[in-house]
Ligand binder design. Structure first.
Ligand SMILES: [Zn+2]
Length: 213
């Protein structure tokens, strides 16, 4: 695989081979079924990218390509409309998101770019909202935290300010944070208290297997 190994770092538009109307590049993801997903690499790892012939009713693997992902890289994934679990890779090139679906490989606009851009905007708005809340909480405010059990083995950290209503922490997509295992939830919360939710989220990502091989 050494000859196929390329680096995603500093590559504005991943160019991985000859274009065709049906050729695209996917990764298989089983840890979510969301239309758009995001990872922030906390450490270097290799992404198994699969060159495929993609049609509406079929998907045929052509070859596997190992991509080096570097610590700090942010990668978005957009799920195939027709093939669940197959995700195209979306990367910001400085101007717009590029996508590895067949349409985009053929340099036509695809809706994945807009989906990912909307997701990224929404998540940054949510983050901004939470940061503004945190800043507006002055030094005489009293923060309290708890960990709620929200499912079998699943825990949701929550907070309240000055004895007000308990509110769940929100993740980057605006959904309540849910963490498997109470020890992970406790560790997450302790990182939030000591530093920030961003760092807690990064730590949590290292506890997961981000990409199914
Ligand atoms: Zn696309």
């Amino acid at each position: 695989m050494a000859n196929n190994r390329k680096s995603l770092k500093n590559v504005a538009r991943p160019y991985l081979g000859v274009s065709s109307a049906h050729k695209g590049y996917i990764v298989k993801i089983s840890w979510t079924s969301a239309p758009v997903a995001k990872i922030t690499a906390h450490k270097d790892f290799t992404l198994d990218v699969i060159e495929c012939e993609i049609k509406k009713d079929s998907i045929k693997e052509i070859k596997h390509i190992s991509y080096d992902v570097h610590a700090g890289d942010v990668i978005y994934f957009a799920q195939s409309d027709d093939h669940a679990g197959a995700y195209y890779i979306a990367r910001w090139n400085g101007h717009r998101f590029c996508c590895t679906c067949p349409s985009n490989i053929c340099r036509q606009a695809c809706h994945h770019q807009e989906d990912v851009a909307a997701y990224a905007l929404q998540s940054s708005n949510n983050r901004k909202h939470m940061e503004e809340e945190a800043v507006s909480a002055s030094s005489d405010t009293r923060m309290e935290y708890l960990i709620d059990q929200v499912g079998a083995g699943v825990f949701g950290p929550a907070y309240r300010v000055n004895g007000g209503d308990w509110r769940p922490f929100l993740d980057a997509s605006g959904n309540p944070v849910e963490i498997e295992g109470v020890s992970h939830a406790e560790m997450w919360l302790s990182i939030v208290e000591k530093s920030s939710q961003v760092e807690a989220d990064l730590w949590l990502e290292t506890q997961r297997t981000p990409v199914a091989a």
